[in-house]
Design a protein. Structure first.
Length: 150
């Protein structure tokens, strides 16, 4: 019995550690932003959709949901947003042309802001943003690519 518990104890601890790693991954809003950018780079539609709050992104009015532009683009369904963020989309091409820096996160309950900077490689101009995230069904979802300070 003692030999059995010596063999099983490390196995049980390994299983528990694996489960807690998954929980910790979902508890960090920075990791959700990093995974979103990884999905964009990999052109992974399913993973990208997992980290976006489409309902809120589609409700943005008066400004572009993702880019600082003079004209405002209006999107009508999640597929249009995914098309824009993946290969061939305007936001994809603009973001991929820049160096990306994911900074610190501030979290309050089920809301978080994550600092994200885009740096123009030719001019060294930095565009600083705060991505807004909210936890929905235990998953951090991005609801804004540009939260304004109040």
């Amino acid at each position: 019995m003692k030999k059995l518990s010596i063999v099983l104890l490390p196995l049980i601890l390994l299983i528990i550690a694996g489960c807690s790693t998954k929980v910790n991954t979902e508890s960090d809003p920075r990791k959700a932003v990093i995974k979103m950018f990884g999905a964009i780079e990999d052109n992974d539609r399913e993973t990208l959709a997992h980290y976006l709050d489409f309902k809120t992104l589609l409700s943005v009015t008066g400004r572009d949901y993702a880019l600082q532009m003079d004209s405002v683009r209006q999107f009508h369904d999640p597929e249009e947003i995914l098309d824009d963020l993946l290969v061939g989309g305007l936001t994809h091409s603009r973001w991929q042309a820049m160096q990306l820096v994911v900074g610190s996160a501030s979290q309050q309950n089920d809301s978080a802001l994550v600092e994200v900077s885009f740096i123009n490689k030719q001019t060294d101009t930095q565009y600083y943003n705060k991505f807004g995230l909210q936890k929905i069904n235990d998953v951090w979802k991005i609801y804004s690519f540009s939260v304004k300070d109040e």
